[in-house]
Design a protein around this ligand. Structure first.
Ligand SMILES: [Zn+2]
Length: 195
């Protein structure tokens, strides 16, 4: 694959094929982040405040990039493993930077590869404020408490303080459809607002 065979499409919440592609890519992202960190990952692939780019190589969806134009921030960048190391991430971030005049930033959490790529392009990773960090920790704690209360995998209990892997895996399997479904509904509602 070379980057000159790529096709970019802007996510359309009324386009069923786009919805399927975003859901599949987001599931890949959540699975990889779960394997990497043992936790659930932040960031939405689509939302009313985001513009999301779908990247196709020979008609196969291979990457997505969700950017928040108002805050000039990349919310989520995901490139499928089989097309990594071909400069695709660099190509996408350069394109997004061209669409967002001013200083673009990348929102954490970022993978080590994404951090290195952003640094090489001179794109800073956004600072996490104390409030954001506290809010994120509180959300994580609530989520892990909920898992601990509902978990029935007694034999698979992880070490103290860690969420159950099976429950977390089930969550990662189920959430992409729900999150994308909710955000698409919100986007359609916004599109239908009388102006
Ligand atoms: Zn469990």
């Amino acid at each position: 694959m070379t980057t000159n065979r790529l096709r970019y499409e802007l996510f359309d919440p009324f386009h069923d094929r786009h919805i399927q592609h975003v859901t599949d890519l987001f599931r890949g992202y959540l699975h990889e982040e779960f394997e990497r960190t043992g936790r659930d990952a932040d960031g939405f692939p689509v939302a009313p405040y985001l513009r999301t780019l779908l990247v196709y190589a020979a008609n196969v969806p291979v990457a997505l990039c969700a950017a928040d134009p108002r805050h000039k921030a990349v919310e989520l960048l995901y490139v499928r493993p089989e097309v990594r190391r071909l400069g695709l991430g660099r190509h996408i971030l350069t394109w997004v930077r061209g669409q967002c005049p001013g200083q673009l930033r990348v929102k954490p959490p970022v993978t080590p590869a994404c951090a290195a790529l952003a640094a090489s392009l001179g794109i800073p990773v956004a600072e996490v404020t104390d409030d954001e960090r506290k809010q994120r920790q509180a959300t994580s704690r609530r989520f892990e408490q909920l898992i601990a209360e509902r978990c029935r995998h007694r034999k698979a209990r992880p070490p103290a303080g860690k969420p159950c892997r099976i429950c977390l895996q089930n969550y990662v399997d189920a959430m992409p459809d729900r999150i994308v479904g909710q955000q698409v509904a919100a986007m359609r509602m916004v599109a239908a607002l009388p102006v």
